[in-house]
Design a protein around this ligand. Structure first.
Ligand code: SF4
Ligand code: SF4
Length: 633
């Protein structure tokens, strides 16, 4: 490994004070982080940045460069084909991740329903009201049925959406999407038939010598992205059934939540099936007394990424940070164990863990990392695995080297837990006050800000700048994923942040006692934002693109973000991207995504790396939509 080149200006890498300190601390200990590795990759390949390379078959790799006349690959593909093909594969990858997560959740509900009250099973229905709401939406008769039978029927409807053979569309799409959107999807021929089928077809179309038509490839991208959105919706709805629908809850965010006096256990990843069990184990009397036996004051569980969001939303478990904080948390030297499930877990975490006493524990059959301990989760053994993970952390406390512990004292208060149900509840049980505020202009518009961190952008800078600009202009912001953690870390989800809002929005926030940026959950919970859009559109009697709303992914990096952005656009929500996606090598594909698609779905992608300019574009769009609806400016 070549020698580490120190980062001269950490403030160019992140606006997070804790991360700035940890970059320097990591360098003192000669620990490489994502930022150091990013710098070593520079300059990144221009062809890759523009989407102009292909490695699909072994005649390749092929790299196009129209500037010097290289316009056809070995198989004869042109720029439009390879850019569209690569994009479709990214959407399929993102859909695969969300869909596999949702499948496991649906399968747990199925196993639970099938067993009824027989035998021991770690999972139960935590929210019967949500279960009956979902069942009714799906047209399931519930009168006189046992909870377990309803759970089984709901799960079967979800599982059917994966492998349906005949060309109908998804049960969950039919139950949740507006009529207007279904007509549009049908007209475009993009109604997804079954989740696995769309992913499989995407891989088939993009293998060598199949689909070369960029428009056709992108249309299948839309179809696969729609499969993604309803798989995410399955995950959200059924997780609420299993673990409870989130309600507003107080919490704390950033690395300062790590507690030097306690056993620190970080949970990281996306699927709450194990992390919920970890929380249960860590809060048990048995584990608390074991922790005291080893000289700790207790057990402190903190989250990273969306597994963290799931437990933050439901129990107020503190969040240590978003995706670029994973190595920073370990570099504090105070983490006894990091328990990971899957997605967004950098393989580098084992290298950082090795520099300390930290145990890195993988848990999912599909996600193992060399150098980690593997405690395999299974539905029947979830509680035992969680207990073993917590015990491993406790037993490791004695190995901590107090002299190497460095925890930045940086944290902020936040309020999380704004499910659609919680928002309606805070409005007094109906959407009417929200609609009135939108009509009157007290809420000028609503913007969903979502997505990752990406070292191509200064961490959290665009997330925070866009949110601040919007709320100052009376726009309510809602969001998920790593944006919501950024907003929490920087104080935008505390009630104190009401003062950053424009005067009219502030009045509403004070009345409802809510912050200006609402935490709606993990990445799969983008489905909550979609459902909010559907509800507002139906209440106003218009289609989604007519609303004064916008979506933004200021620092996106994951394939999952590509799939999510595509389905937001398909549902009629314009999406701003702050990181340029690898499509600029094809003018045709770029035009399809940023212009032509709007003729069909009513929305398009807008790419703008400058967050202030992006906020202005969003505000201009909202102003136009308000004018078209005849609402006050
Ligand atoms: S599929 Fe075509 S463009 Fe891709 S690597 Fe093979 S020959 Fe090259
Ligand atoms: S927002 Fe992006 S980086 Fe963050 S957890 Fe989700 S997919 Fe991963």
């Amino acid at each position: 490994m070549s020698a580490m080149v120190p980062i001269e200006k950490p403030e160019e890498k992140t606006i997070d004070e804790a991360a700035k300190l940890m970059i320097k601390r990591a360098e003192e200990l000669e620990i490489e982080t994502v930022y150091h590795r990013f710098d070593r990759m520079q300059p990144q390949c221009e062809a890759g940045l523009r989407g102009l390379c292909c490695t699909i078959c072994m005649m390749g790799p092929c790299k196009l460069d129209p500037a010097i006349g290289v316009v056809r690959t070995i198989c004869g593909s042109d720029v439009d084909t390879i850019v569209a093909r690569t994009l479709l594969r990214k959407i399929a990858g993102g859909c695969g991740a969300h869909a596999d997560h949702a499948f496991e959740v649906a399968h747990i509900l199925y196993l639970l329903g099938k067993r009824g009250s027989e035998g021991k099973f770690p999972y139960k229905v935590a929210d019967e009201e949500k279960l009956t709401t979902v069942a009714k939406k799906l047209g399931i008769e519930i009168e006189g049925k046992k909870v377990s039978d309803i759970a089984k029927e709901v799960s079967e409807k979800a599982l059917e959406d994966y492998g349906r053979v005949h060309s109908e569309t998804l049960n969950f799409l039919k139950a949740y999407a507006t009529r207007k959107r279904i007509e549009i999807f049908d007209g475009l021929g993009v109604l997804p038939r079954a989740v696995w089928r769309e992913i499989c077809e995407a891989m088939h179309r993009t293998t060598i010598g199949v689909d070369a038509d960029p428009t056709d490839l992108l249309l299948h991208g839309v179809r696969t992205a729609l499969a993604d959105s309803y798989a995410m919706l399955i995950a959200t709805e059924l997780q609420d059934v299993l673990f409870g629908t989130p309600k507003p809850v107080q919490a704390v965010a950033n690395l300062g939540v790590i507690d030097a006096k306690k056993v620190n256990l970080i949970i990281h990843g996306h699927n709450p099936l194990l992390s919920m069990e970890v929380i249960e184990a860590a809060t048990s009397g048995e584990m608390s007394s074991l922790a005291k036996d080893v000289g700790a004051e207790g057990i402190n569980v903190a989250g990273i990424c969306c597994t963290g969001n799931e437990v933050l939303m439901r129990f107020g478990v503190p969040t240590a940070g978003n995706v670029l904080h994973q190595e920073m948390a370990l570099a504090t030297g105070a983490i006894e164990a990091m328990v990971v499930d899957y997605q967004c877990v950098f393989p580098a975490v084992t290298d950082v863990a090795k520099c300390f006493h930290t145990k890195l524990i993988t848990t999912m059959p599909v996600a193992k990392i060399p150098g980690a301990i593997h405690l395999e989760w299974s539905p029947e053994k979830a509680d035992e695995v969680a207990k073993e993970a917590v015990k491993t952390a406790i037993e490791n406390f004695k190995n901590r080297d107090a002299g190497r512990v460095y925890i930045p004292d940086v944290k902020n208060k936040c309020v999380a837990g704004f499910s659609v149900e919680a928002i309606v509840n805070s409005l007094g049980g109906t959407l009417e006050p929200l609609l009135k505020a939108v009509k009157d202009g007290d809420i000028y518009g609503i913007v969903g800000i979502v997505g990752c961190n990406n070292p191509k952008a200064t961490q959290d800078s665009s997330h925070v700048t866009i949110a601040k600009e919007l709320i100052a202009n009376n726009v309510l912001t809602v969001g998920t994923g790593c944006w919501s953690i950024a907003a929490a870390k920087h104080g935008l989800m505390s009630l104190d942040a009401q003062k950053m809002a424009g005067e009219r929005l502030r009045g509403i926030l004070e009345k409802l006692t809510i912050p200006p940026c609402l935490h709606m959950g993990s990445c799969v919970d983008n489905s909550r934002i979609l459902n909010t859009g559907f509800a507002v559109a139906e209440a106003l009697g218009v289609d989604v693109p007519d609303l004064p709303i916008f979506g933004s992914a200021p620092e996106a990096m994951s394939e999952k973000a590509v799939a999510i952005g595509t389905w937001f656009v398909a549902h009629g929500v314009n999406v701003h991207l702050g990181v340029v996606p690898p499509v600029l090598g094809s003018e045709k594909v770029t035009r399809l995504l940023t212009e032509d698609i709007a003729k069909h779905t009513g929305a398009r992608f807008v790419v703008e790396p400058d967050p202030k300019k992006a906020a202005s574009l969003i505000l201009e769009h909202i102003a136009n939509r308000r004018k078209a609806l005849g609402l006050s400016s």
